[in-house]
Design a protein around this ligand. Structure first.
Ligand code: AMP
Length: 133
């Protein structure tokens, strides 16, 4: 499947590349939440984590860790948000697995705090059973 990211990987459209290897690439997001917002993208267009082999995910997380360190060192980031919109219902716009790394600063006014819900009586145990690995 062709996505905007497969076009970037093939060099058909430009991007500011930060990293490249046999399993993934990293680029700057064209519409950053804060400047330096980066994306680590699988080379193969797996739509979500569920489609992606663990080896590739592990490599992607290694690059996330390096970019997190670079953001602290080079951009004086105080923290980062590391986000995967893992499917359209979670707000994914490009159906090709990518991890956002967003540099954050105290008082930068960005919010990644979803509105929370609550369990009914006894419900948390049911969810615990369903998701227990
Ligand atoms: P998501 O909503 O998680 O699918 O995020 C897709 C991200 O890709 C958005 O943050 C976009 O700003 C970014 N994006 C879309 N097109 C490009 C592009 N040509 N170069 C860099 N980033 C892009």
């Amino acid at each position: 499947m062709e996505t905007i990211f497969t076009k970037i990987i093939k060099g058909e459209i430009p991007a500011t590349k930060l990293y490249s290897d046999d399993l993934c690439i990293a680029i700057l997001d064209i519409a950053p939440v804060n400047k330096g917002h980066a994306l680590v993208i699988s080379r193969e267009p797996y739509p979500t984590i569920g489609d992606c082999p663990p080896k590739t995910l592990i490599r992607m997380m290694e690059i996330v860790k390096k970019l997190d360190a670079a953001m602290h060192k080079e951009l004086d980031a105080e923290a980062t948000n590391i986000v995967i919109n893992n499917g359209p219902a979670a707000g994914q716009e490009v159906p090709h697995l990518h991890i956002h790394i967003i540099p954050r600063y105290s008082g930068d006014g960005k919010r990644f705090i979803p509105k929370k819900t609550a369990y009914n009586e006894g419900e948390i145990a049911d969810y615990g059973r369903k998701l227990h690995l």
